[in-house]
Write a protein that binds this ligand. Sequence first.
Ligand code: FAD
Length: 388
Amino acid sequence: MNFTDINPDHAEIRDGVAKVCQQFPGEYWRKCDSGNLYPEEFVSALMKEGYLAAMIPENYGGSGFNLTAAAVILEEIHLHGCNAAACHAQMYTMGTVLRHGSDEQKQKYLPKIADGSLRLQAFGVTEPSSGTDTLALKTTAMRDGDHYTIKGQKIWTSRAAQSDLMLLLARTTPRDKVAKKTDGLSVFLIDLKSLVGKGVEIRPIRAMINHNSTEVFFDNVRIPANSLIGEEGKGFKYILSGMNAERILIAAECIGDAKWFIEKASAYANDRIIFGNPIGKNQGVQFPLAKAYAHMIAAEAIVYRAASLYDVGQDPGVEANSAKMLAADASWEAAEACLQTHGGFGFAEEYDVERKFRETRLYQVAPISTNLILCFIAERVLGLPKSY
Ligand SMILES: Cc1cc2nc3c(=O)[nH]c(=O)nc-3n(C[C@H](O)[C@H](O)[C@H](O)COP(=O)(O)OP(=O)(O)OC[C@H]3O[C@@H](n4cnc5c(N)ncnc54)[C@H](O)[C@@H]3O)c2cc1C
């Protein structure tokens, strides 16, 4: 099936990513999924071709791509049935490092991230008792001379066990001592791997999908003061602007998933003969797929609009949030239609539908749940009272 390419300038990127993905068929992902294995070979292959250094500027050894090109990479990965969850953090954490990191931090880390000798794949925001309410997080980082001491716990930190570095959000000023409630949180770029066993403990979480998520415990962990990104106390602001990039990139993954489901279901609906006809001849089978397609292309348009606004230096909160919600809904609708089209075979592992179905369900919840996006639009765009 040919999907209209709304970014024809990126044909070369799409071809290159497709070549990598073709080496990793469904069989590979099934094996990783059933064994809870990190898709190391896939991540290394993408790294080797330079795709994980997409957003690192050329003067630090990266490709210097903009967010639109990075979104194209992630969409292409997903439309081939692969999953970028193993490595996408390297793209969405980059906004915070590039916009707010010091020259010293960039010189120290970016060339190594670009050549693959260091991985920045862990993003520690969520905590067990604060969840979506980021400002209520309890992990503290207290200044002590030329060090900070970190104490607390993160949860659902994906890829912590596979990452050398972590972007960490922690409280540096108690909540009742800040002038503005968004102040008092700070972002750190820390050498996570070197701290394991020195106060850092990483425990895997078994989950519905193979996402390499973990709990990370910090027991009075000392980190150098120059791990701080930007200004102390302003971390929430930095993370929020990075989150817009994250939402746009995740939305592009949803578009890739939706395309995969629609293509897979259409092929099956043409092939599967029941009552002497292909099942796709029935409008009851056709219409859910046609509807999913229409919703997918509408979502795709807003995803790339949000990306282009980000690329001209704006912080498109409304577009990024809307794109994330609409694309997640489109992928979930396509997943449902694809599973239904496959009937009982949709439940068989060898078709990959049930795995992708589970994987795409995540986007209704993470990195931000649909309810919270609706809260944002209601309050910020419609001017309605804040509900929480
Ligand atoms: C597989 C996986 C990987 C993840 N990876 C990472 C990661 O790498 N790093 C990281 O920091 N986090 C990660 N997360 C965490 C993820 O971002 C959170 O799960 C998500 O933000 C929701 O937080 P919560 O689970 O605590 O839900 P809660 O905040 O407890 O919310 C539970 C439900 O209540 C609803 N709700 C809460 N408040 C309101 C309100 N005011 N109005 C309406 N509805 C409301 C929510 O919409 C949600 O449906 C991951 C999660 C998963 C499942």
